[in-house]
Write a new protein. Sequence first.
Lengths: 259, 135
Amino acid sequence: MSTLDVVHLIDKAIIDAPLVTAFAFVGCVVLVSNFLGKHLTGGRVAGSAIAVLAGLALAWVGGAITGKSKGLSDLAEFSGLALMGGAMMRDFTIVATASEVNVEEAKKAGWLGFIALVLGTVLPFVAGVSIAYAFGVRDPIALTTIGAGAITYIVGPITGAAIGASSEIIALSIATGVVKAIIVMVFTPVFARFMRLNNPQAAMVFGGLAGTVSGVSAGLAATDRRLVPYGSLVATFHTGFGCLLGPSVLYLAVKALFS
Amino acid sequence: MVILGTALLAVCYLVGLMVGEGLAAAIGVKANVGGVGIAMLLLIAALHFLQQRGIYAPEMRKGVTFWAAMYIPVVVAVAATQNVIIAVRSGPIALISAVSSVLLCFLVIAVINRVIEKAHIANAAFDVANTGDEP
């Protein structure tokens, strides 16, 4: 058998079993990241933080090669990553982490979580609208859509579609939300100490304010694995809450202010 | 049996999402309203019920905890499927509004968490420094 045949054989096995390949691949990424965290940074940077960064870097590589929108999973060999990292598996494993929630701890911060949720919707929206305004955007529909994108990258397009924004503005609002999710993923462990992110209640406040489920869950995973369920519990209400307020209260407020 | 734990998890997930869809339809929103959060509450309640009756078998527990442990690998896959290119290329409005909204939120989180620490609402239930996990 020639080398070419062997390569073809490996390629076929990999493409025929996308999800299994994804498990093996992610396992390798986590293994290397843990090794780097332990030996290169002396344990100062958590392996999972490096793994998430590596994931983003790989997503960039995938996007640069294929020119498509789903990162590394747009390459046939890595298509299983789309299933493993899709909304279904993400939410299924998040729900599973609820088995580690200490009910008494969560109860203590229920109302705090709600306040954080309201602030986490209004503050990013105001920030997004202000920046867009500073860049010369004056149309209330465009302002609202960009502001909604600063809440999460799902709230942006849903709000935009509901109030009739152009596809260009919707793309901009998605980009805003994606950038936000990535910033939260990367900088949560960096600012964890500053945010006093070391107990369940603080994680619930964080989940409500930082919003974006992918960002919150990855950021907490890289900070302290045990905080994940508390933050996610609140953050999962964030998108629904934003989609509720975006096209209604927030749009009307912007319209009243700018037109 | 392991599958019972995973099945329980799956049922909570499905019921939670259905309730979230129902809520969304009831208030006229085009996205699931807190479905995953509701699923988490259902799972917490179900496990509490089973534990109290002493029928949460260790084998069944494995069917839940395996998926909880798969959480970080799944997040790595989530990161690997983000549209990083659009995020990098999107120009100043997206970047600046994202950065400013994150900074604003981090600042407010820092303030609130300092307040609840002082008010003894939050107790550092676990000592993060001891896990060896902290950066």
